[in-house]
Design a protein around this ligand. Structure first.
Ligand code: R5P
Length: 317
């Protein structure tokens, strides 16, 4: 029976059990041991079905890429013929060109690694910018790009009547549009210039937010500087309140504090990355894709891309 098994790691048990339940998969935990020297040992179920789903959200990705390498190659040896990676957050997507001579184009390198390990990759709102589609990033692999933006739109609609949605940079336009569309919200995007990891300049669009509840929506919050700067400017421009909503809640270091200090009322995120701000689950979005194939008994290799991403313009992160 294809697709009968969902492999997962202990720190993602909650998400894995929800996804397995919704998709009708048998959850199987990968045992993970760290040796004193830092090396990892993984132990998978000794007999695997021909079609196997592996869940790994790639927040703090460096060690997890080694896990994927060990797990995927071992799964093949244990009987898996078709391997699907479910990575609700896909890391290393922002470095898509060499900005300086000699820089690694991480997106391409990591994409090629995943292509060598998996037949299919399913992810949510990958940060593609100068490269239009995930197929290009992970060549020769079936890719499924899902978007949590409509879910965030629904969440915002539960909290505000007639909010103004703002994207903090040009590449956020697609997510803001998708979130606004269904509910008929007003929306616009800012222009952003990044000067460093913790330093961004933002120019607001020519709109009037006086007396409006505003929600700044983006795919990722990392240092939180982008959301914080946008919120400061919007409040100074007359917004009655500013909330923020993101798909991927990285929120590194003092990000949450910086965002709160900027005057943000509410911080919402999806559980593509486990975080205290999680307000909605992307698991049903993913399981729907898996279920269709299980019920239809279609080959996992026939999964199609569900969304075509169009990205333009600067900045890279
Ligand atoms: C890049 O354009 C992304 O969409 C985010 O805007 C960016 O990664 C946020 O980074 P930070 O929270 O560090 O400002």
């Amino acid at each position: 029976m294809p697709y009968s098994c969902l492999l997962y790691f202990e720190d993602e048990t909650q998400f894995a059990l929800q996804l397995a339940h919704e998709a009708g998969l048998t959850p199987e935990r990968i045992d993970r041991h760290r040796f004193p020297d830092g090396e990892l040992k993984l132990r998978l179920p000794p007999h695997l079905p021909s079609h196997v789903v592996l869940l790994r959200s790639l927040v703090d990705p460096n060690e997890k890429l080694v896990e994927l390498l060990l797990a995927a190659r071992t799964a093949r040896q244990l009987g898996a013929q078709k391997l699907i990676l479910v990575a609700p957050y896909l890391a290393y997507m922002r470095q898509d060109i060499a900005f300086q001579p000699g820089e690694a184009v991480s997106q391409r390198v990591v994409g090629q690694l995943l292509a060598s390990l998996f037949d299919t990759v399913i992810t949510v709102d990958p940060h593609l910018h100068r490269i239009n589609t995930l197929d290009t990033v992970i060549p020769g692999t079936q890719t499924v790009t899902l978007s949590a933006a409509p879910l965030l739109g629904d969440l915002i609609a539960q909290r505000h009547v007639n909010p103004f949605l703002i994207g903090p940079d040009s590449e956020s336009a697609q997510w803001v549009a998708a979130a606004a569309q269904h509910h008929g919200f007003d929306y616009a995007v800012c222009q952003k210039v990044r000067h460093g990891d913790q330093s961004v300049d933002i120019v607001l669009p020519a709109i009037d937010v006086t007396g409006r509840a505003v929600v700044v929506l983006d795919d990722i919050a990392s240092s939180g500087r982008t959301l914080a700067r946008a919120a400061q400017l919007l409040l100074a421009a007359g917004a009655t309140c500013v909330d923020v909503a993101v798909t991927h809640a990285l929120f590194r270091g003092d990000a949450l504090q910086v965002i709160q200090d900027a005057g943000v009322s509410l911080i919402l995120s999806t559980n593509s990355i486990f975080h205290t701000t999680n307000a909605i689950s992307v698991s049903p979005l993913i399981s729907k894709k898996l279920i269709r194939r299980i019920q239809n008994r279609e080959s996992i290799c026939h999964l199609e891309t569900s969304q075509t991403d169009v990205y333009r313009d600067w900045p890279s992160q």
